[in-house]
Ligand binder design. Sequence first.
Ligand code: PMP
Length: 284
Amino acid sequence: RIVYLDGQYLAETEAKVSIFDRGFLMADGVYEVTSVLGGKLVDFPGHIVRLQRSLDALEIRNPLSSDDWLEVHRQLIVRNNIDEGMIYLQVTRGNPGDRDFAFPPADLPPTVVLFTQAKPGLANNPAAKTGLRIISIPDIRWGRRDIKTVQLLYPSMGKMMAKKAGVDDAWFVEEELVTEGTSNNAYIVKGNRIITRALSNDILHGITRAAVLRFAAEAQMEVEERSFSIEEAQAADEAFVTSASTFVMPVVEIDGAKIGAGTPGPIVARLREIYLEEMLKAAL
Ligand code: PMP
């Protein structure tokens, strides 16, 4: 693989970052994951806007212009011959040359890393046909989940809890209400109505969430942005999750209770279809 590190395209074995990098020592950095379909970037502008928001929240300088970010993404697609897959982008506060809690001076250059992950069959993921089984776990993450930081230890632990329970993923619950999935936003469907938690510091402001809610409204579905409990989800007609790397995925079982008939429902199938169709049209 050819990767990008601080202005250079390198073989992955040649790309080296300092042990004093703030990303390594403090999880002091942010990231984005953009899907590639047919060699094109899905919702690239959405990711670049959120990247800026995350960097602003942590007072990390954005080292590249939007045009430069697009160029680096495109170079990596071409150099690695990616048809379907993902591009991972990470910006950390950089390498101050020692360990210190205080932020280094603002003129320290951030560390920029991008790499590709080829995923043939990404759009035709068989899980979209079978649906996901999930468990609920307590949300013990920090209070700024709206910032897309590289601090992913608890989400990783959540995925492992799901794996040990023999299911696919987990939803976080705080004060009896679902916040989001370990790496996705969470939704339920009742009749023609899509229900998902409102935006706040409690959840990541999903790029896919924004697009799906727009498409749902355009397709004459009702959209209600409010919190819901696991009990309400278990009694819903359908449930699903969204993320930039899985798009729209049905959830068919929560904590052992089947949702509806226990198979993916028509509203979620339609949303996935619309999402992929519209995003492919707009891909860069
Ligand atoms: N919530 C969390 C905690 C996530 O990690 C992700 C995926 N990065 C999402 C939601 C979905 O966001 P997006 O649609 O922008 O990928």
